[in-house]
Write a protein that binds this ligand. Structure first.
Ligand code: ATP
Ligand code: MG
Length: 474
């Protein structure tokens, strides 16, 4: 193990996305990299790659430059829009060195000309990941300013895959989208993903929260006003529609619009132009509308609280973001994501989560959805003292102190006091306890051997020796 790649031990478990339309290249590279301990996922087209990248974090993308439909260069640009810090390595044929240079200008980390040897691949991957480590430590502030990875729409459940597919499909169009879902499900992230994935990405995404602005101010906020339109209007103000020209306008909480504003919005959508308050003339604008609401708008329409003609105008492509309790598979990757996110923001010893803690998170119903999960993890990290969040960190989520899920049968955490044992045959050997605990930590860290070894206080080599033969469950 590792004789050709000693310095790479710390990089084991890093997540690599491989993109190539040729299955043979994909297979060969996957084998080489998996053998070195990386987690590898593959995509046969740029489109599939973008979808994967939106749904979970990767440390490195390796893509073939020449692919039918969307090529590697376009993929590179799309990736950089979603995650500017992502390391991308291009695989180039002999004839495409020129394009390789172009891709370096677009922010690719490096390129490997075909054909390449396994060792050449390993070297490029290692360099890219090592540099990525350094970048990761330095981009904290920039990421916080720009959104960066924090805007990833994490989740790979069937329900979220459908959401990702819809996002990809509508991003290419100018269709009006209505995003529906309970509070905290990620509607705003979906709106951003649509905009950043669209051809309008280089123009602005303007957000107006229709519930947060008093309705007498909302009209001029949306449509702007002329100088002198009302007392206090000392200069002309451009409305959100105008600011979003060529870009997208996100109307958040659209269900909160007053009847008068519903009528004005409907007119603006029908006519493709807006009239600033106090103006004689309309302004023609090119704006893509994305609306969201956590209300049942169809029901509000039936009850007459929301205009049905406006509802149909907005509801061209509805995207339902399901509540978290209906996609519990997303909880572990979301928990990982939030831990990683907070680790980039605040100094903390926390590196992972105990299985019992994760069990608790999965069993909870999350009325506040992803936002509530995000806050629960933030709270746990701030209060944590050790490296691993235990179930106690989330005990406040439990209805009562009884029936705590920490007491799982068979867990090494629930060893009975030794004095209870009549015959000692049910007591495990030290070796078994050690092995169980190692597996517990490995599972908690999603088989990230670097993190696991740090938690266990042993070297990765020792860890590797102790778990020879064990494999991730999935
Ligand atoms: N799939 C996800 N992956 C990562 N973070 C997410 C995801 N879904 C939601 N979040 C995070 O959860 C929080 C709430 O998400 P968001 O603001 O998009 O919800 P919302 O549906 O707009 O809620 P509300 O109806 O209350 O406005 C944000 O901090 C967001 O970054
Ligand atoms: Mg919102």
């Amino acid at each position: 193990m590792g004789s050709h790649n000693d310095g790479g031990a710390v990089l084991r478990g890093r997540r690599i996305l491989l993109v190539d339309d040729e299955a043979d290249t994909l297979d060969a590279c996957t084998q080489i990299l998996r053998k070195d301990g990386y987690q590898v996922e593959t995509a046969v087209s740029a489109r599939e790659a973008i979808q994967l990248q939106r749904s979970r974090p990767f440390d490195l993308t390796i893509t073939d430059l020449k692919m039918p439909q969307v090529d590697g260069l376009e993929l590179l640009k799309a990736i950089k829009r979603v995650d500017p810090e992502m390391a991308v390595v291009m695989i180039t044929g002999y004839a495409t060195v020129e394009t390789a240079v172009a891709s370096m200008k677009e922010g690719a980390y490096d390129y490997i000309p075909k054909p390449f040897t396994p060792d050449e691949l390993r070297l490029v991957v290692r360099n890219a990941l090592e540099r990525q480590e350094l970048v990761g430590e330095n981009t904290d502030l920039r990421e916080r300013l720009s959104g960066g990875r924090d805007q990833l729409l994490v989740g790979d459940s069937g329900a979220m895959q459908r959401v990702h597919q819809l996002i990809a499909r509508v991003a290419e169009t100018d269709s009006t989208v209505l995003i529906l879902g309970e509070t905290g499900t990620g509607k705003e992230l979906v709106a951003r993903a649509i905009h950043t994935g669209s051809l309008r990405a280089s123009a602005a995404l303007i957000t107006v929260n229709c519930a947060a602005i008093p309705s007498d101010l909302l009209e001029s906020e949306l449509f702007g006003h002329e100088r002198g339109a009302f007392t206090g209007a000392i200069r002309r103000k451009r409305g959100s529609f105008e600011l979003a020209h060529r870009g997208s306008l996100f109307l958040d909480e659209v269900g909160a619009l007053s009847p008068a504003l519903q009528a004005k919005l409907l007119r603006a959508l029908q006519e493709g132009e807006v009239r600033p308050v106090g103006s004689e003339h309309g302004i023609r604008l090119d704006v893509r509308i994305i609306a969201a609401t956590n209300r049942d708008l169809a029901e509000a329409t039936r009850q007459g609280a929301f205009r049905d003609d406006l509802f149909y105008r907005l509801n061209v492509v509805p995207i339902h973001v399901p509540p978290l309790r209906e996609r519990k598979e997303d909880i572990p990757p979301l928990a990982d994501h939030f831990i990683a996110q907070f680790r980039r923001k605040l100094p903390t010893p926390v590196r992972g989560m105990a299985p019992a803690a994760l069990d608790l998170l999965v069993s909870y119903d999350w009325p506040g959805n992803v936002r509530e999960l995000e806050h629960a993890i933030e709270r746990a990290i701030i209060l944590a003292e050790g490296e691993v969040l235990d179930w106690e960190s989330f005990a406040h989520l439990l209805p009562s102190p009884a029936g705590v899920p920490g007491a799982r049968a068979g867990s090494t955490r629930t060893r009975r006091p030794v004095t209870d044992a009549r015959d000692f045959t049910d007591l495990p050997s030290l070796e078994k306890v050690e092995r169980d605990y190692i597996m517990e930590v490995l599972q908690a860290t999603r088989w990230n051997r670097k993190r696991a070894s740090e938690i266990l206080g042993i070297s990765t080599v020792t860890l590797w020796r102790k778990v020879q033969g064990e494999r991730p469950e999935s």
